[in-house]
Design a binder for this molecule. Structure first.
Ligand code: APR
Length: 273
């Protein structure tokens, strides 16, 4: 692993525009379970996963029932949200914040809804699947800090009159267009992607590591990227290999814990800069 840590540090030090793409594997060392790892929420509770697939439809058809479920925090959602509220960033989050402070990392695009990247000091964070700390109006797009909205009278409403939901993007819910566009812009302009703690199986996020800018500047996605080496370095830091590893999308996988590997990479980067 040490050779790959040194290789990643060199690639990062030589990059012009590095970004990080992160998933739940960033936060397991902060006490928040992931979804598909050995002790993942969906791994241990298929019923919870099936319920999660119905949640967006529930909101659209019966926002009151949605809020009863969300506010009552029934099932794993409750335990999950409590774990998030009490969680603190871990050395992996701080390492990415330090890479940004060093001027190397330009943006973190995260699937995580826990807000721990911002809590660790990362400034430019795109919360691709939203945030548990925010409510959002799907009618006009307004966002509100969760703590500032009373949930006493069920069905919190936006000024436009529509019912608010959690900003969290549920399965089958579209990614908010502002975040989607920003993320695609970052993915197409970067020359290095540090892909940390994600199984890379949930779309459209999993398209991002497959995006690549070619000399023509044309944005391509999908399998044809693999054939023609785009000028984007993709480095995975993950406990297990992922489809990105198996399909040869990533240049290399540093197999290990994000909370241990990322600080080691930053230590090596600081020796080079
Ligand atoms: N260090 C490195 N890798 C880790 C660690 C760790 N400490 N802990 C877990 N992992 C790895 C797991 O082995 C797994 O490959 O991180 C990955 C987490 O994958 P998932 O649980 O699928 O999480 P993620 O990729 O973020 O899921 C994407 O799925 O359910 C939806 O909306 C949810 O945003 C989530 C999306």
């Amino acid at each position: 692993m040490e050779d790959l840590v040194k290789r990643a540090a060199k690639d990062l030090a030589e990059s012009k525009y590095a970004i990080a793409l992160t998933g739940a594997g960033m936060s397991t060392e902060s006490g928040i379970p992931d979804f598909r790892g050995p002790k993942g929420i969906w791994t241990l509770n298929k019923g919870a996963e099936a319920k999660a697939y119905q949640r967006y439809e529930l909101f659209l058809n019966n926002p009151r029932a949605y809020w009863e479920e969300m506010r009552g925090f029934q099932g794993t959602h409750g335990a999950f949200y409590e774990q998030i509220r009490q969680a603190e960033p871990n050395p992996g989050h701080y390492a990415l914040a330090e890479l940004e402070a060093l001027g190397i990392l330009k943006c973190v695009i995260t699937q995580n809804i826990d807000g721990l990247h911002k809590k660790a000091g990362s400034k430019r964070v795109l919360e691709y699947h939203g945030s548990v700390h925010v409510l959002r109006c799907i009618s006009c797009g307004s966002r509100f800090v969760r703590e500032g909205v009373s949930l006493d009278e069920l069905l919190p409403r936006c000024q436009c009159g529509a019912a608010l939901k959690y900003d969290v993007v549920h399965f089958k819910e579209p990614i908010p267009s502002d975040v989607m566009e920003e993320a695609e812009k970052e993915a197409s302009r970067c020359d290095l992607m540090l892909i940390c703690g994600t199984s890379a199986v949930v779309y459209p996020f999993a398209n991002l590591p497959r995006m690549a800018r070619f000399p023509s500047g044309r944005l391509v996605t999908g399998m044809d990227v693999v054939g023609r080496k785009a000028d984007v370095k993709r480095i995975e830091v993950n406990a297990d290999p992922t489809p990105l590893t198996h399909e040869g999308i990533s240049d290399y996988l540093i197999q290990g814990r994000t909370g241990e590997v990322l600080p080691r990479i930053v230590e090596e980067v600081k020796k080079l800069t």
